[in-house]
Design a protein around this ligand. Structure first.
Ligand SMILES: [Zn+2]
Length: 624
């Protein structure tokens, strides 16, 4: 869309802008409180979060507003551009509007219960007790999972697992009440249960269609996963399959030896150069990054938009404002890699939403009717680069600038590829659990049943108790991220299909500006005005299936090693398109913050390298 006013009937354009202005007001109020509570900022208030959430829900679920949009759509003198925006507004409001007055009361009750549950979860004293000294060491769920992966002591891994398992019993009571209420809400809105309602709202197709796709992937990977378990037991002993041992057995010491090639303090620069070399432009956005973990901080990385990008009806561009968090513990092994992958992932979401160019912020906000799969497809495609030899040879460099050696990349492939089905099954377990949960009749939705159901699904899908206990997955708790995890699975299908398409048509992905251009043009500009499945087909010229993913999993490890060695050699020869230390222009202001503290700001420091240097100095000072 060019930088001109929205064509068509001027009264309708004014009507659209009126909705845009009001939406941004309630959206922003809620998002500011969301950030404040999740980051545990001073003055953060769960009651303000709950009241602004109610105001946002009220705005979105107004019957009158939906009717006004439908009336506008019926006018004879509209431009195609106006029709497209009005259709998004109608779909958005139709997602939230319910005929019954009592539903609003239910929603408000649910918001309160969820705020209480979030409080229970935040106040949990998670951590492990040192067996030698009896001293309790607090640790977030992310740190506990890291400990299971990295600790050489089985007793320490066991303690970390037990701590993760303790989340389930602590939340099951309040969670059961929420699940029952969610189902009641869905039934009043005319759906058999909450999962069905969420899928139809967020994806635009039914739960049956969704599970048809998931079942296909499940059956195609079942034997691969069984074989992988047998292989691991044969290689490292039966005990390696215990939930507190499996991540460690898989990680071996590769991660430790890879660690020097992912210096935490370089993560922001590496991410920025990777994206700039792909031709990604943030179009004047502002991004606030809170990278480091600390007590009380929400235990999952995320990216939200207090201001979604859009083009006003008069043609003026409104750039995005983004809040972005990760849970890095600088200094601990693996923290640099985690930070980098999170930057590629959340920064991928930000790149996507910064480039939606439609005449309403409702086209570029991340909630329904924006498809979860559509959103995650963008971020997961971009974070997948960190596993490519073509990327590693260019960007994974130690503090002295030495690239990661091929021998290490090869070992990583040999250690990871034969077990890749595990992560597929771990992803699949969440939607299978949530489906079973919301399928339960009301009288069976009890804390005890929730706990046993989680165990059953872990056994059925993952082959035994899971290293990431299902009830420790934060997504299942809050309204906005519950019954949503399947989106990651569909997105991963889309990622493999798009990667296969780019490799076939362009010959490469890393450092290829045509990749960023194609993503911007086909995937990003339309926002939620085009369904995800249609966008995948537009880009890849084929309907979405798990085929490309399954094919990738079935590649014998020797073949995979041979292919990646060629990619590694070529990439090492070529070097990164934007060398370390060169200026990078992402067309974005970046603020590096830590809770209430603004550590560095590109606008104040003058450039991204200068802001990164200030941040690095702050990290050193922080004593981690
Ligand atoms: Zn994401």
């Amino acid at each position: 869309m060019a930088a001109t006013a929205l064509p068509g009937n001027p009264d309708v354009s004014a009507f659209i802008q009126g909705i845009n202005d009001k939406y941004l007001e309630v959206h922003r109020a809620y998002e500011d409180n969301f950030w404040a509570t999740k980051m545990a900022l001073s003055g953060a208030s769960t009651s303000a979060l709950s009241s602004t959430k109610n105001a946002l829900d009220e705005f979105l679920s107004s019957q009158d507003r939906l009717r006004a949009v439908c009336d506008a759509e019926a006018r004879p003198d509209l431009s195609p551009e106006q029709l497209r925006v009005l259709a998004v507004l109608r779909r958005t409001f139709a997602t939230y509007v319910s005929e019954e007055e009592s539903v609003a009361t239910l929603r408000a009750r649910l918001n309160d219960l969820e705020a209480e549950l979030a409080g229970v979860r935040n106040r949990m004293r998670l951590g492990t007790t040192d067996p030698a000294t009896g001293e309790f060491r607090p640790a977030s769920s992310v740190q506990l999972r890291n400990a299971m992966r990295m600790s050489g002591e089985e007793s320490a891994r066991r303690a970390a697992y037990d701590a993760l398992r303790s989340i389930g019993p602590a939340i099951a009571g309040p969670f059961a009440a929420i699940v029952r209420l969610r189902n009641e809400l869905a039934r009043r809105a005319g759906f058999p249960n909450y999962y069905e309602m969420k899928v139809q709202a967020a994806e635009g197709f039914t739960q049956a269609r969704l599970f048809q796709m998931l079942d296909g992937l499940e059956s195609a990977t079942r034997q691969l996963a069984t074989d992988a378990r047998a292989r691991l037991a044969a290689a490292k002993g039966e005990d390696s399959l215990k939930p507190w041992n499996i991540s460690n057995a898989l990680a071996g010491d590769i991660e430790t030896r890879m660690d020097p090639y992912f210096p935490f303090e370089n993560a922001v620069d590496v991410w920025a150069r990777t994206f700039a070399a792909l031709g990604i432009d943030y179009r004047g956005s502002t991004m606030r990054l809170d990278l480091c973990d600390r007590p009380g901080k929400y235990s999952n990385g995320f990216c939200h938009w207090p201001v979604p990008a859009y083009r006003k009806v008069d043609g003026a561009w409104v750039p995005a404002q983004t809040n972005f968090t990760s849970l890095a513990t600088p200094g601990s092994v693996g923290s640099g890699k985690t930070a980098l992958v999170t930057l590629l992932h959340e920064g991928g979401h930000a790149a996507h939403f910064a480039n939606v160019d439609q005449a309403s912020p409702l086209c570029s906000q991340e909630r329904a009717p924006t498809s979860v799969a559509y959103a995650e497809n963008q971020s997961m495609l971009l974070d997948s680069l960190a596993g490519d030899a073509a990327w590693l040879a260019r960007y994974a460099r130690d503090a002295a600038g030495q690239p990661v050696p091929w021998s290490l990349v090869r070992e990583a492939i040999e250690a990871g590829h034969p077990y890749a089905a595990f992560s597929v099954r771990s992803m699949l377990a969440v939607p299978y659990f949530e489906k079973a949960l919301y399928d339960l009749p009301d009288d069976q939705i009890t804390p005890e049943r929730i706990l046993s159901l989680a165990d059953e699904v872990e056994a059925r899908v993952e082959g035994g108790p899971a290293p990431r206990p299902l009830l420790s997955v934060p997504h299942i708790l809050s309204d906005e991220s519950s019954a949503y995890y399947h989106g990651y699975v569909l997105a991963e299908m889309g990622v493999h299909q798009a990667r296969a398409h780019f490799l076939k048509t362009l010959g490469r992905i890393v450092d290829e500006p045509e990749v960023g251009a194609a993503l911007t043009r086909v995937y990003w500009q339309p926002g939620n005005s085009v369904p995800f499945l249609d966008l995948v087909e537009r880009l890849t010229e084929a309907p979405l299936t798990a085929d490309a993913w399954v094919k990738e999993l079935q590649v014998p490890v020797e073949v995979k090693v041979a292919e990646e060695e060629v990619a590694y050699r070529e990439a090492l020869e070529a070097g990164p398109r934007i060398p370390p230390g060169s200026p990078v222009d992402l067309n974005m202001r970046i603020l590096l913050v830590h809770g209430d503290e603004t550590v560095a700001d590109t606008e104040v420091e003058g450039s991204l390298p200068a802001a990164c240097a200030k941040y690095t100095a702050w990290l050193a000072n922080k004593g981690t």
